[in-house]
Write a protein that binds this ligand. Structure first.
Ligand SMILES: Nc1ncnc2c1ncn2[C@@H]1O[C@H](COP(=O)(O)OP(=O)(O)OP(=O)(O)O)[C@@H](O)[C@H]1O
Ligand SMILES: O=C(CO)[C@H](O)[C@H](O)COP(=O)(O)O
Length: 407
């Protein structure tokens, strides 16, 4: 067991003393100031101090980035992903009830909203949105993601979405798989460099609007006008700071209105494209029938029940922001989820552990939004690809010392 260090945060009221701070970042919580410092404390095994832990030097954390605007399905995707690894994902036990973190046996999902440097009032006073880099602390994000990747625990700030304030920090121990999800996982080049795999959920304006209406009007009592105004107010910063991150993603899930219904504006039937970058280490794109070919497939008929407007698949090579990619597209929706096995049996490179695993995962979460269309299908496939990537990284690390002794 190697000794490991903890990146600590101290409140001014805390009895902890700061010995040799190398860098200090500030967060404001009402009148209280928190220091998230990179002070290194050497841990002692068996210590009663909760922020002192031990860790194994050989078990480095695999880091996954998931970027999307608010209300674009990140939480739903996270639930599908953590389910692939088994075990329920829950907020840290005994911690802040408004924590944004979700922990399971294998994964820890942290929400990058926790790196807002300005709270709700601060943003209002300065006239900036949460999407603006000025409202976020990228130095601290980088230091803490780097520390976790190196097997070092951190005390991460918490942005409280209920109060709009920055709460006292929470201890995050290095997991096997760290997912950083939010507005800016690929914005800062230093953070981007730490990612082993990155995903961008690209929800078109029409669909985003339909989802926002469904959630914020039906479930949160907002008016149509206020939803429109909030989308409009965020749009310039979304275009400037969030959307450009998709060029860096290893996989993009693009969600568009259907092309099967002329001039559809309901946003219920979706055309979903899974854009997979070629040449990414430990990731080989999924394909339909024949790798590298261009294929259009309408599977409706004897083996797949399709009511109006049907289902259409497409697969083929394309160029995306100057990169070679493979695209798998599904337009339409399933009537019977158990029949998905017919589609699954025609897809290759799925990284499943047994025949029908994709269908089984989809059936397990049939009540999640998007389970009858390409959003759920492609999120599930990416979850399985991430499991495969993780297993390959672990295997390559295990093989590395062996190779070194041979040399
Ligand atoms: N695949 C989908 N199909 C249909 N609706 C969806 C889908 N994914 C998400 N939604 C809708 O969008 C809403 C937001 O989804 P979710 O909570 O997963 O997004 P989020 O990005 O985590 O949001 P936030 O950042 O605001 O917490 C859901 O309540 C649902 O109404
Ligand atoms: O874009 C967002 C990411 O979730 C939120 O709007 C941002 O985090 C600010 O949160 P709130 O509106 O709760 O103050």
């Amino acid at each position: 067991m190697a000794m490991c260090t903890v990146y600590t945060a101290h409140s001014l009221n805390s009895s902890c003393s700061i010995s040799t701070p190398t860098k200090t970042q500030l967060g404001f919580h009402q009148k209280q100031v928190f220091f998230y410092s990179t002070v290194k404390k050497t841990s002692r095994r068996g210590s009663s101090n909760s922020s002192e832990i031990t860790c194994s030097a050989e078990s480095k954390t695999v880091v996954i980035g998931l970027a999307a605007d608010s209300g674009c399905g990140k939480s739903t995707f996270m639930r599908r992903l953590t389910s692939v690894f088994g075990g329920a994902a829950e907020p840290p036990k005994g911690g802040n009830p408004d924590s944004n973190t979700l922990i399971s046996d294998m994964t820890t999902v942290i929400c990058l909203d926790d790196y807002h440097s300005l709270d709700r009032t601060g943003r209002k006073e300065k006239g900036v949105t949460a999407l603006d880099p000025k409202a976020n602390n990228f130095d601290l994000m980088y230091e803490q993601v780097k520390a976790l990747k190196e097997g070092i625990a951190v005390e991460k700030p918490i942005y409280n979405h209920v109060t709009g304030l920055l709460d006292p920090p929470e201890l995050i121990k290095p997991p096997k798989i760290l997912v950083i999800e939010g507005l800016h996982p690929m914005f800062d080049p230093r953070v981007r460099e730490l990612l082993d795999f990155s995903i961008y959920l690209d929800i078109s304006n029409e669909v985003k609007f339909a989802w926002k209406i469904q959630r914020d009007m039906a479930e949160r009592g907002h008016s149509l006008e206020s939803i429109k105004a909030s989308i409009e107010a965020r749009k310039p910063d979304f275009d400037a700071y969030i959307d450009p991150q998709k060029q860096y993603a290893d996989a993009v899930i693009e969600v568009l209105p259907t092309q099967l219904i002329p001039d559809d504006n309901e946003g219920k039937v979706l055309r979903v494209r899974l854009i997979m970058k070629e040449g990414v280490k430990f990731f080989s794109p999924v394909y339909l029938f024949d790798e590298g070919s261009t294929i259009s497939w309408i599977p409706c008929g004897r083996k797949l029940t399709c009511s109006y407007p049907g289902i259409k698949f497409f697969y083929g090579p394309e160029t995306y922001y100057g990169h070679e990619v493979s695209v798998l597209e599904m337009d339409g929706q399933f009537d019977r989820l158990d029949e998905l096995i017919y589609v699954e049996s025609h897809l290759s490179n799925l990284s499943t552990k047994f025949y029908g695993e994709v269908t089984q995962q989809m059936l397990k979460h049939a009540d999640f939004p998007g389970s009858n269309n390409g959003t759920g299908l492609f999120q599930t496939i990416i979850g399985l690809k991430i499991r495969d990537l993780f297993e390959q990284i672990v295997a390559s690390k295990a093989a590395a010392p062996l190779e070194a002794t041979k040399a």
